[in-house]
Ligand binder design. Sequence first.
Ligand SMILES: Nc1nc2c(ncn2[C@@H]2O[C@H](COP(=O)(O)OP(=O)(O)OP(=O)(O)O)[C@@H](O)[C@H]2O)c(=O)[nH]1
Ligand SMILES: *[C@@H]1O[C@H](CO)[C@@H](O)[C@H](O)[C@H]1NC(C)=O
Ligand SMILES: *[C@@H]1O[C@H](CO)[C@@H](O)[C@H](O)[C@H]1NC(C)=O
Ligand SMILES: *[C@@H]1O[C@H](CO)[C@@H](O)[C@H](O)[C@H]1NC(C)=O
Ligand SMILES: *[C@@H]1O[C@H](CO)[C@@H](O)[C@H](O)[C@H]1NC(C)=O
Ligand SMILES: [Mg+2]
Length: 387
Amino acid sequence: MAALLSPSLMTPARRFVLAILVIVLCLHFMLSLFLNDYHPIPPAINSITNSLSLVHEKNSTLDYHSSHNIFLNSTTTRANATFVLLCRNTDINGVVSSIQSVEDRFNKNYNYPWVLLNEEPFTDEFKERVNIMTRSPVSFGLIPKEHWFQPDWIDEGRARAGREKMMSQGIIYGGSVPYRNMCRFNSGFFFHHELLQPYRYYWRVEPDVKFFCDIPYDPFTYMQEHDKIYSFTIALVEWEATIPTFWKTVKEFMKEYPQYVDSHNAKDFLTDNGDNYNLCHFWSNFEIADMDFWRGEAYQTFFNYLDSKGGFYYERWGDAPVHSIAAALFARRDQIHFFRDIGYRHESLQHCPSGDIWKDGRCSCDPNDTFDYHINSCLGRYERLFT
Ligand SMILES: Nc1nc2c(ncn2[C@@H]2O[C@H](COP(=O)(O)OP(=O)(O)OP(=O)(O)O)[C@@H](O)[C@H]2O)c(=O)[nH]1
Ligand SMILES: *[C@@H]1O[C@H](CO)[C@@H](O)[C@H](O)[C@H]1NC(C)=O
Ligand SMILES: *[C@@H]1O[C@H](CO)[C@@H](O)[C@H](O)[C@H]1NC(C)=O
Ligand SMILES: *[C@@H]1O[C@H](CO)[C@@H](O)[C@H](O)[C@H]1NC(C)=O
Ligand SMILES: *[C@@H]1O[C@H](CO)[C@@H](O)[C@H](O)[C@H]1NC(C)=O
Ligand SMILES: [Mg+2]
């Protein structure tokens, strides 16, 4: 089948028409074998037979790559969206493993593009190993220096003292400058990268993550159709020592810019007494979100305010609390979505669905091994927003 669809055989129009007819007949035959209640030719197949030129239209929702979408949803429309993966050349094995997981469980049916970003050029070997993992377009981007490295106006003496203090407290990545560059980049810059300009929604993937279940629908179009701006699979409490002055800074911001705080916000996810930060945040190594929200005035003003305080370097402010607090304050609470049906693992936590979702999704995780209502989970606080 794949060989028949190869573009090199498509040039003689007749052979192409013939191939399509053979495929349609094959599909029809297979469907009538496997599906008891299959009788009509689905509208999507009909439209292919009626209008073969469809496959040449660039903005058609049913190009030949994704024509097998019809098994999942005959009215699938693709969203304006991409995967984004920040990594180093040395992360290659974990990158390949994550891409395989995403492709197998979801993207082989949708062919959303991939954008990989790095502050150093990707090697040819890296690109070769990534390219064979997917039929989707893959772009490899270089991060501009001014989006990555510690700015000159940061007082390096003060930053070093902050790192040394965190190292003595045994905080993970406490002494790392690259980790801080990464957190600041993910907070304020990735969505400005030129390779991401063509897109509105993104799905963040990291090396060595795992998707446990089939995802039989398109989470991007779900976001769009339900007016969501941010989504998560795991919510948890942050290590307070990484962000000692963060909440104080957020409160100052809210006082100075009350116009950005939405009247239907999710502030109750962030605080239990209306004043103190309970350290809850969405775990941002998985996120499907709307970059236009990050690009918008409220978030841009917020990020610049935070950045000007130097906390990404003097402390170790993470992109997870930055994104989470912004989504919780500047959007409506019903614009944040928990993807209960997306089974996901990033060491050393996982979310595993249960019941029918677990069965229908052929999930490979133990449904009893899920962080959902663990003592350090904040999912309960999210759910209480809606009761
Ligand atoms: N290009 C590049 N990518 C990095 C660098 N540091 C981290 N990353 C990427 O940034 C993401 C997060 O970094 P990790 O080292 O995975 O951090 P982690 O241990 O997962 O930490 P959490 O996700 O916060 O729990 C991953 O996608 C990494 O590949 C770096 O120096 N350069
Ligand atoms: C693309 O889609 C739009 C909206 O569905 C339609 O109006 C337009 O004619 C299409 N463009 C081409 C080149 O087919
Ligand atoms: C098919 O897609 C449409 C639009 O995205 C959606 O409303 C519908 O629920 C989907 N149906 C199935 C069976 O997934
Ligand atoms: C996709 O979204 C981006 C960001 O909002 C926008 O600039 C671009 O025009 C959109 N593309 C399409 C095809 O709608
Ligand atoms: C999950 O745990 C419950 C209670 O311990 C047990 O009855 C059930 O069999 C477990 N389910 C699976 C799939 O392991
Ligand atoms: Mg990680």
